[in-house]
Design a binder for this molecule. Structure first.
Ligand code: UDX
Length: 440
């Protein structure tokens, strides 16, 4: 099939390469010419495990091209919209300008009977609105909403081996059941994925849109729940990691996404819960998700707590104290610093007078662009040199494997805050470190 993917960010670039991997002829379109130039050269514009390999395979096969020229969508059968929906600057709501521009461009240049597949995370109601517009311009075209659940760091695997695929159909197409045209076309696109038994759920538009945001809201709630328990644990001397292990063994709860620490960040969870609150309020059902405000607040308090703890550990003032910050990205195996708790904490410590030296295996270029006031150091060893406090805020494997004795020989004071509860406390205590976890 001939496929276009509009938007070549974390979602779109991976999706385009994955569609070529499935054997389709793909054109990836983005307005960012620098990004497109890199992708055209087979170079990923961001760090994502396995992406370089599938990009270069696709490149060699000649099945994948990238361009800034939207008119190239003209001969495609299927168009994926994978542009971003970031939070608006002065509101909780999502900024829909990129989705609107993508739709606009497509509707002008697409074949009149092509299928548009929405993948971006959007406020519920968007698909119906776009479908109405599409119907007026191209009555023979169709729109299907197919949310994307990929996690950064596992984006390629999540795209090619998803837990489930969700198809949101128009009311009219829903009536046709398995004969619905957009469903058949998407089944064809995903043939290999579906052949492995991946569950496929067919819903209306609103449900498909909500599956995505409610999944993220649930995950955020799970993390804030355990972080709330961390606050209680801190007040009582209990250990939140043992608590998580114990409750996580209950199959109904499950241990995943119960890691307490500095909280969640990234380009999805924080903005998706806020956008859901904003949309629910618009719909007059804001009360149904007021708890998500609390989820967001608990999450913010974790960042404050780390800064507070750092100040306590350093005797009440950060002024002139050297703090080695290990990690800048919002999670390991990514170079993404959007709404990153790690970067936020580093910036706050710097603002309070600390001499911050921050390091990260992948995140420095992105962090530097946003916050040039911080001192960045690529070498972990150099970052640790003469530190009064070591602060682990992103649990990269290489930080988890640090040797307490060796690190002890580099620093000035053996103070360690494990903002992700990623280390084994006893190993650090035995090497005479003052170890502080969160909620333990
Ligand atoms: C998330 C969803 O998982 C994914 O399905 C959706 O498509 C996009 O949003 P992602 O943002 O890549 O994916 O990261 P995720 O692995 O969910 O982690 C989000 C944040 O939560 C990270 O900052 C992570 O460190 C934090 N987290 C995660 C915790 O603090 N504790 C946990 O137990 C798990």
């Amino acid at each position: 099939m001939r496929v276009s993917v509009i938007g070549c960010g974390y979602l779109g670039a991976v999706h385009a390469a994955a569609m070529a991997e499935l054997g389709h002829d793909v054109v990836g379109i983005d307005v960012d010419s620098e990004k497109i130039a890199m992708l055209e050269n087979g170079q990923p514009p961001f760090f994502e495990p396995d992406l370089p390999e599938i990009l270069s395979r696709a490149h060699e096969s000649g099945r994948l091209t990238f361009s800034t020229d939207i008119t190239l969508v003209a001969d495609c059968d299927v168009h994926f919209i994978g542009v971003g929906t970031p939070q608006l600057p002065h509101s909780d709501a999502a900024d829909m300008q990129y989705v609107e521009a993508a739709f606009e461009g497509l509707s002008q240049h697409m074949r009149p009977d092509a299928v548009i597949v929405g993948k971006s995370t959007v406020p519920v109601g968007t698909a119906q609105e776009l479908a109405n517009k599409l119907q007026a311009i191209h009555p023979n075209a169709s729109l299907i909403w197919n949310p994307e659940f990929l996690r950064e760091g596992f984006a390629v695997k999540d795209t090619l081996e998803p837990d489930r695929v969700v198809y949101g159909l128009s009311a009219k197409e829903l009536e046709s059941g398995d004969r619905a045209r957009s469903l058949q076309v998407l089944d064809d696109v995903y043939k290999q994925i579906l052949a492995t038994g991946t569950p496929r759920l067919v819903t209306d538009y609103a449900t498909a849109e909500l599956v995505k945001v409610s999944a993220n809201a649930f995950l955020a709630t799970k993390i804030s729940f355990i972080n709330a328990m961390a606050e209680i644990a801190e007040a009582t001397g209990a250990d939140v990691t043992q608590l998580a292990d114990a409750i996580g063994l209950d199959e109904r709860i499950g241990r995943r996404f119960l890691n307490a620490g500095v909280g969640f960040g990234g380009g999805c969870l924080p903005k998706d819960i806020r956008a859901l609150i904003a949309r629910a309020e618009e719909l007059g059902v804001g009360r149904s998700v007021t708890f998500l405000r609390e989820v967001d607040d608990i999450n913010s308090r974790r960042r404050e707590r780390v800064v507070e703890l750092a100040t306590e550990v350093l005797g009440g003032s950060l002024n002139g104290k050297r703090v080695a910050v290990l990690g800048l990205t919002f999670k390991p195996n990514s170079d993404d610093v959007r709404d990153s708790p790690a970067l936020d904490v580093a910036v706050r410590l710097k603002g309070l007078g600390a001499d911050v030296v921050a390091t990260d295996p992948q995140g420095i270029p992105n962090a530097e662009q946003r916050h040039p006031q911080i001192n960045y150091e690529l070498s972990t060893e150099k970052a640790l040199q003469s530190a009064d406090l070591v602060l682990l805020v992103t649990e990269w494997d290489e930080y988890k494997q640090l040797d307490p004795t060796f690190v002890g020989s580099l620093v000035r004071e053996k103070n360690l805050i494990d903002g992700r509860n990623a280390l084994v406390p006893v190993q650090w205590s035995l090497a005479e470190w003052n170890y502080f976890g969160l909620g333990r």
